[in-house]
Design a protein. Structure first.
Ligand code: ADP
Ligand code: MG
Length: 238
């Protein structure tokens, strides 16, 4: 049955930009209900990998299997409708709409059924109740990060890709995001997270995947990864 398969399997994935091998034969898996972390130096191909998986960048070759379907080369809207959602490093939202309206607009791109109840749950999950009727443009930077995360939650994805979602946010906001990830995973959502904050990686991720120069160099539990001095050299040494 599909249910014991990984939710995401990437095989021999290649993508070049000019002469730069951003994906140079990537192989990895994300298990169902797993929180997998992706780390690696700047320019190692992490964001490109997310774009390849989400369909906004097309692979030169390779396979990407998501929830039992081959999706490599499929367009981004179709992949999103299959239940894959991602955040961007710069939050995407409608500035002139309220927080609640932004959540409902995100639901309209996915599952509309029960959207109002889900918006209320999402406001509470992300502690945005107090600002529910505020315009998105009036939120603090940290609250905008929460709203972007909330918009992804509203899509009812089965796999969520987070690209440095806690970068530069206040520890209080980071804690809200961490708790929300843990709660959503209990409900069966899988996560694949690009993260620079090693505390966050250690606290939230079940398994760490390390990239360098467009390839996966190793993966494993946080403790095993940090014990591997060569990997830490790769990660921290540049
Ligand atoms: P990371 O997210 O790990 O910092 P990226 O995936 O953003 O790395 O980038 C990997 C490499 O691919 C870098 O050398 C980057 O400059 C290059 N790259 C990424 N996207 C593009 C693009 N659209 N056009 C040209 N080069 C790109
Ligand atoms: Mg990046």
């Amino acid at each position: 049955s599909q249910s014991s398969d990984p939710i995401l399997t990437v095989r021999d994935l290649f993508r070049q930009f000019g002469g730069i091998k951003a994906a140079d034969g990537v192989n990895l898996e994300v298990g169902r209900c797993e929180i997998a972390g992706l780390i690696g130096p700047n320019g190692s191909g992490k964001s490109t990998l997310f774009s390849l998986v989400a369909g906004t960048v097309k692979p030169d070759s390779g396979q990407i299997r998501f929830d039992g379907r081959e999706i490599a080369g499929m367009n981004a809207h179709r992949i999103a409708r299959l239940g894959l959602a991602r955040t961007f490093q710069i939050p995407a939202m409608f500035d002139n709409m309220t927080v609640t309206e932004n959540l409902l607009a995100a639901a309209a791109q996915g599952h509309w059924h029960g959207a109002k109840d889900r918006a209320a749950e999402t406001l509470s999950l992300l502690k945005l109740d107090q600002v529910a009727q505020n315009r998105a443009s009036d939120l603090s930077g940290g609250q905008q990060k929460l709203l972007e995360f909330g918009r992804v939650v509203m899509r009812q994805a089965s796999l969520i890709l987070l690209d440095e979602v806690t970068a530069g946010v206040h520890p209080n906001i980071r804690k809200i995001i961490l708790d929300a990830i843990a709660r959503l995973r209990e409900r069966g959502i899988s996560f694949f997270i690009i993260e620079h904050d090693m505390e966050m990686v250690r606290n939230v991720c079940d398994r760490i995947i390390v990239m360098d120069a467009g390839r996966v160099v190793t993966s494993g539990a946080f403790e095993d990864i940090v014990r591997d001095s060569e990997v830490m050299q790769t990660y921290l040494g540049r």
